[in-house]
Every structure is written in C-alpha cells, then in structure tokens.
Design a binder for this molecule. Structure first.
Ligand SMILES: Nc1ncnc2c1ncn2[C@@H]1O[C@H](COP(=O)(O)OP(=O)(O)OP(=O)(O)O)[C@@H](O)[C@H]1O
Length: 349
C-alpha cells in the first residue's frame, strides 16, 4: 500500500517550498500561536540585544510543519544577523561542519535542521564550537595525528529536531534554551489561514477558515496546503466562491476527514484495530502493515494520534484507545484495554 503523501504529509517538497517562503512570517510579532515559546524566545533575544552579545544556542523540537524553520529565520531577522542554513544529513564528516564553522561571521545564526541526524564526528566538533567558539582541526592519522585549534567567530546555533529524545545528552545540554513546539489550536490555525488567504488574495469567509482549520492536524503547513486545494476546487467548480460547504466538499474529495485524520492516520489506526485487535503491537510491525517506514509512522502520524487521544504508546507497544474504536464505529474485543490499564500511556520525549 502506498499513499499520495503530497497532500497529507507535513513535509514540504518542490514548488511548495517556494510558496511556503512567501507565506512565512518574517518577524516574531507576525508569528501566530506558540505563545509561550514566543514569549520565552523574545526574552532571550531582547536580552542578547541589550548586552550586545549573541544569545544562547536555541534548540527547537516538535513534529514537522509547526514552524521551526520559520522561527530560525525570525531569530536571525530579530537579531539583525545573517543566517546560514544546513541540515544534519548534510554533515556527514567533521570537515563538512568545519568548513561552515570556520567561515561564520561574528554573530551569525547557524541553523541545523534535523540536527539528530548529524554524523558522530561532526557532532563532537560541534560541542567544542558551541562551548568555546573553537574547532580542533585534526591533521594526520593514527598516533601521529595532531589537533590544531582554530578560533571561530561567536555565533548562535539554532538546531531543529523532530526527535529530541534521540539527541545525545552532551549536545542537548549545550543549548541554553529549548523551544518545545506543540500542535496549534484551531483558532490559531484560523488566524494562519486568514493571513495566508490575504497574502494569496483568496476571499476566505470565517466559517470556511474554521472548516479548514479543523482538518489541518494542528499544523500550519497542512493548513496552508489545504487552503490551496480548496482554492483549486473553488476556481474549477465554484467560480472562485469559497463557503463552508465548498471547503468541506473539497476536503472530502481529498480524503481529509472532519477530525483532520488523513490517509496515513487512518491506515495506522485501522491496521491497529482490525489486524492487531487494538494492540499492543510494536512500531515496526505496525509500520510494515501500512507500508511505511517506522520513522514516518512515529514522527508524522503518531504525535497527532496521541494528542487526539486515539492511540497510546505503552511499554508493550502501540494501543488503540476506546475513542479510536468509536471513531471507526467498531466494538473492541473483551480485554482490549489490558495493556493500557496495566501500564498507562508511556509517551516518550
Ligand atoms: N506560527 C506561524 N504562523 C504563520 N504561518 C506559519 C507559522 N508556523 C508555520 N507557518 C507556515 O507553515 C509553513 C511551514 O513552516 P516551517 O517550514 O517553518 O515548519 P518546520 O517546523 O520547519 O517544518 P520542517 O521541520 O518540516 O521543515 C511555513 O511556510 C509557514 O508559512
């Protein structure tokens, strides 16, 4: 089984990156939702500006599409500093990182997306750079190898991760501030949608925004994408008019249900309910059953399902909750919640 991931995935690809860039809030004041993170970050940035020193390194963690890259750009903008962007998978060797670190300018913001996927030698180089603004360039091999220390410009590291639990403690501890990004509330998503509609010159009445927001999995990137699909539908079939009914018809066509569950969410839950009697079942087994990578199920589908109270992570595996059985109109077998009762939900991170 494979999915049309374009519509429902919280990841952005191809042309979408261009549209996203246009829709990104540029300053902290324009950033919607995440009130606590915004306030904390604003203090960190303002005090750095007062002291005329680079702020502490910032780690942002949370599911994809919640605005981590946007916030990294905002941090640089608020500091009036240049921004260098890279990602964990691009830093395969220590030399890849050394090339970046040694050319940073004073106060520059270095954004490393997917920082949990950085290779070990690069990670070790980063420890020293974060703490002492220094890198050790190793020359030669074996017992004759020497480390030549090289001072680098004071900089601010902004790391983003969907898997904070995978970061080694020494790296996590070197961040002075961690922003935990959570799914957005419905009214916050409505604000995101109203803002995007304005920028895209789309006439979006409040009740249509409400309808789209309710189906956006708490994720601004998905809200913006659904808005564009509703706009397509309205242009082709409704002469450019958008109402709640038209938005609803468009989203039904794209198989995004009223709870915001998408095809992957539904596949995970139906496999759990129908094939494994509601669990407990291990992540890998569940992922094989829906034809996805375990990481996709864990990072993309599960956080939202856990938040909606439809799935629980227990030490013995994934378990469907009573609400999941009800959502699909199914009756749980006797003893279905044994694992939940015995252990309770053991959400990681
Ligand atoms: N708080 C917000 N207010 C308005 N729009 C937002 C907000 N957060 C995110 N967006 C929109 O959602 C899109 C995705 O955000 P962003 O790329 O920053 O997410 P991300 O968490 O970095 O995701 P990934 O880690 O997958 O790259 C952006 O184009 C932006 O338009």
């Amino acid at each position: 089984m494979s999915f049309d991931r374009e519509l429902v995935s919280p990841d952005a690809e191809g042309d979408e990156r261009v549209i996203e860039a246009a829709l990104r809030p540029k300053r902290l004041g324009e950033f919607i939702g995440q009130a606590r993170v915004r306030e904390q970050l604003s203090l960190v940035l303002q005090s750095a500006l007062l002291r005329a020193r680079p702020p502490d390194h910032v780690l942002m963690s949370g599911p994809p599409g919640l605005g981590k890259t946007t916030l990294a750009m905002i941090i640089a903008a608020e500091l009036g500093a240049p921004l260098r962007v890279t990602s964990g998978p691009a830093l395969e060797r220590a030399g890849d990182l050394a090339a970046i670190l040694s050319t940073l300018s004073d106060g520059e913001v270095l954004f490393i997306d997917e920082i949990h996927r950085m290779a070990r030698p690069a990670e070790e180089m980063l420890y020293l750079a974060m703490e002492d603004f220094r890198v050790d360039i190793v020359v030669g091999k074996g017992p004759g190898a020497t480390a030549i220390p090289l001072d680098i410009a004071p900089f601010t590291l902004v790391g983003a991760t969907t898997r904070a639990g995978l970061l080694p403690a020494p790296l996590r501890d070197r961040f002075g501030f961690t922003a935990h990004m959570d799914f957005y509330e419905r009214d916050e998503l409505e604000q995101v949608l109203r803002r995007s509609a304005r920028l895209l010159s789309v006439d979006l009445p409040g009740e249509a925004a409400e309808e789209i927001a309710g189906r956006s999995r708490g994720t601004p990137r998905i809200a913006n994408r659904l808005l564009r699909r509703v706009r397509d539908f309205s242009d082709v079939r409704a002469e450019g008019l958008i109402t709640r009914e038209i938005a609803s018809a468009a989203l039904n066509l794209y198989e995004v249900d009223a709870e915001g569950l998408d095809r992957l969410d539904r596949a995970v839950l139906t496999a759990l309910l129908r094939r494994f009697g509601g669990g407990p079942v291990g992540l890998s087994t569940l992922a094989v059953a829906v034809g996805e990578e375990p990481e996709t199920v864990e990072v993309v589908a599960e956080p939202f399902l856990v938040r909606q109270g439809l799935l629980a992570r227990t030490p013995r595996g994934r378990v469907a909750t009573a609400a999941a059985w009800t959502h699909f109109g199914l009756v749980p077998p006797p003893g279905a919640f044994g694992a939940l009762d015995a252990f309770g939900a053991a959400d990681e991170e």
